[in-house]
Design a protein around this ligand. Structure first.
Ligand SMILES: NC(=O)c1ccc[n+]([C@@H]2O[C@H](COP(=O)([O-])OP(=O)(O)OC[C@H]3O[C@@H](n4cnc5c(N)ncnc54)[C@H](O)[C@@H]3O)[C@@H](O)[C@H]2O)c1
Length: 362
């Protein structure tokens, strides 16, 4: 772990709203943002031992989960608040909503409070690409995308622009979701650069695919991909099975594959891996990225990235968005922490005659 840096004096916390993140993506461009995030995530995965990794803290209910995802590299600390409620559409809310915070370890001062719903979709797609770059067969061109909801455009575009996928084969049990995704992808320029094929089932979508991305949301042990659908050399980017009792891959798929995970203790509880015995072999992705472990061993290996989302990816994303905000001059702050004349005189803030600075930080 790093040594904490010197404490900063100012107590104001930088704030990045939904509009700010939209502005960053629009001004920098979606592809440079995805590329920047993928680079930041890969850099942080490569310095994995510097982080105090821990599984997230989850609060489950019958309809979903609310999770806190903390991590620190000894210099900065971050956490994300995120939920997963597959039935949220009936309340006109997204399945996944998030915000997060970056703080300095030296003092505990919160440095940045940021939206993370949009950022989670960006960082999840970027992480999937980092894994696929290390694990998928070079020259992969066709990707099946099963589950065409909120995350799906980000995954399709990240794989198209950063990995060279030129054809996506879409399936969702909700035809409107597929229509939405196909309409967004049709705006890609030059026209036809990303071929979009609508499929009538998961089995149909998987046909001829080099990469299979599963992005479904159902609070159930679903079986989206079964072993009979696998082809030699396929890479599976399994994103939607990310919670106890919520899976997408049949156990036979994992048995037939080399399986890679973010943080093993968390994925054993939350990933498709939850269906396998405790000694089922897996490899943490950071070891492959650092050259400590092999990825695929042959062109015919089936590889699975059993993605559940790990706190390190949000740490990287918060740091990336903070740097973008610096670059673009976004300087809005929030008064979260009191600014005191005397650090032991908190009570003075309640004095109605006290100078304004004591009652409210800048
Ligand atoms: N691993 C990660 O880091 C990470 C990050 C973000 C989201 N997620 C997970 O990814 C999944 C997708 O998230 P989202 O925000 O796109 O959700 P969403 O609700 O917007 O979309 C999910 C889609 O899956 C479809 N679906 C459900 N069951 C299906 C089935 N059997 N076959 C085909 N389609 C099916 C739904 O109709 C819906 O369109 C969720 O489970 C979420 O928890 C994982």
């Amino acid at each position: 772990m790093n040594r904490p840096t010197l404490p900063s004096r100012r107590t104001s916390t930088r704030y990045l709203s939904v509009d700010d993140i939209v502005g960053i993506v629009q001004r920098k461009g979606l592809v440079p943002c995805l590329q920047g995030l993928a680079d930041a995530i890969e850099r942080d995965f490569r310095r994995w031992p510097m982080f105090d990794a821990s599984a997230r803290v989850a609060s489950h209910s019958e309809v979903g989960v609310i999770e806190l995802m903390p991590i620190s590299d000894g210099r900065h600390y971050s956490f994300k608040y995120v939920n997963g409620h597959p039935g949220n559409g009936q309340h006109s809310l997204p399945t996944v909503m998030a915000f997060g915070l970056l703080a300095e370890v030296a003092t505990g001062l919160p440095l940045l409070l940021s939206e993370l719903t949009l950022t989670t979709a960006l960082r999840t797609a970027a992480t999937s690409v980092v894994a696929a770059r290390a694990l998928a067969r070079p020259g992969s061109r066709v990707m099946a995308v099963i589950g065409n909801g909120a995350q799906s455009e980000f995954q399709c575009l990240a794989f198209h622009h950063l990995l060279g996928i030129d054809t996506v084969r879409l399936f969702d049990i909700d035809a409107d979701a597929t229509h939405k995704l196909a309409s967004h992808l049709a705006l890609q320029r030059p026209p036809g650069s990303l071929k979009v094929e609508r499929c009538h089932s998961a089995a149909h979508a998987v046909q001829g695919a080099d990469i299979v991305t599963t992005l479904t949301a159902d609070k159930a042990c679903a079986t989206i991909v079964t072993a009979d659908l696998l082809a030699p050399g396929m890479h599976l980017n399994a994103v939607g099975g990310d919670c106890p009792g919520k899976t997408e891959l049949a156990p036979g798929v994992l048995q037939a594959a080399r399986v890679f995970v973010e943080f093993e203790p968390q994925t054993r509880l939350e990933g498709d891996l939850q269906q396998m015995p405790p000694d089922f072999p897996v490899t943490e992705l950071w070891r492959v990225l650092c050259g400590q472990a092999s990825g695929r061993l042959s062109a015919s290996d089936v590889t699975v990235f059993d993605s559940v989302g790990f706190a390190l990816e949000d740490f990287s994303a918060l740091s990336f968005m903070r740097d973008c905000a610096d670059e673009l001059g976004l300087t809005r702050t929030l008064s979260l922490i009191p600014e005191l004349d005397h650090p032991k005189d908190l009570f003075a803030m309640l004095n109605p005659l006290a100078p304004r600075r004591q009652r409210q930080a800048a």
